[in-house]
Design a protein around this ligand. Sequence first.
Ligand SMILES: [Fe+2]
Length: 403
Amino acid sequence: MNENLSKGNRRNFLKGGLVLGGLTLLNPERAISSPLNDQSEEFKIITGPYLQTNFGNSLSILWITSKDSSSWVEYGLSPDQLDKKAYGKSELGFKPAGRLNCVKLENLKPGTSYHYKIVSKEIKDFQPYKMTYGETISGNTESFLNTDPAKAEVSFLMLNDLHDRPKSIAHLLDLDKGNKRDFIFFNGDIFDYQNDEQQIINNMLQPCVDYFASSTPFVYVRGNHETRGKFARDFPAYFDHVGNTAFTLGPVRFVILDTGEDKEDSHPVYAGIVDFDQYREAQAVWLEKEISRKEFKNAAFRVVMMHIPPRYSGDAHGSVHCTQLFEPIMNRGKVDLVLSGHTHRYKVHQPDKKLNNYPIIIGGGPKDGSRTLTKIKATNKQIEVSMLDDSGKEVGSYLVVKR
Ligand SMILES: [Fe+2]
């Protein structure tokens, strides 16, 4: 899919809209409210660093600065020796020079701890033949463990359907306090709709940074609510990846689908500017190819993660379309487990020989009492799923045993 392309373009779009000293031809509305255009604002790191990865010995480090900057990451094997330096991805010969920074570290050593520091140099004045830099600032020295892609046991936590309740992040993760997980998975509808940058920072990024995200990566896929609101088209630029993807970690092939909106594309609330039928259909073509890949076939287990479940979420257009498109392919591919959200009612759906041949675990949310933390642990032999409600009581479990 073109997720990376669209994300890259989006990040450039934001940069392009912001470097013109308070005036932008691309998005005038945001220029007025952007902190960048308040020249009295000090140059600082607004939030971060936060980590995202699809594993494979690479990891992306993201942060946001208050003004445009030239930014990089210094890293190494000891906190006293950050002897390597990495920049964000160059495009068309340009190194990034904006506020939304994403530096991908590659060729990391498996199972090795790294120490790193984010560094940003303010772009004070950008003349055609003279760049004037301001202050250079850096974050604290942080560390992360580069997960060994071949590790024997994988464990992670799923959060879903938080719907703009930032306190739920710490509350739910506290239920797993003391355990080290390979990643945290956000399975959509973390917001009600996308309004502006501040909302993304306040309701997700900062609570994640405060709790775990500078040292443990997260994986994130959009729900239907992330596709709504005036800022939904800017939203992907704040992440390394929020669309469909696939990656292998230890015994598991993970497949992530971006299930799009729940109503018809022609519904008046979308005002004629969405195309989610086509988007889902393209993912079905991609999924068909995925199930024939050796990484998928040879994995001990195949886990699909998608916000709208492939069944059991009512008769809205998006739900029905997901069943029609994805269920036959997932059955043919012998998927072992599906993790979803969307319904706001936590439930473990058993496999059914005629319908879904795999269990579908649906996390709850967003109100107190219906929020869930779903814990997943996979080895070569089995996958254990345990779903806790927000009091810590187990309200669902499932054991997938290798066939
Ligand atoms: Fe949803």
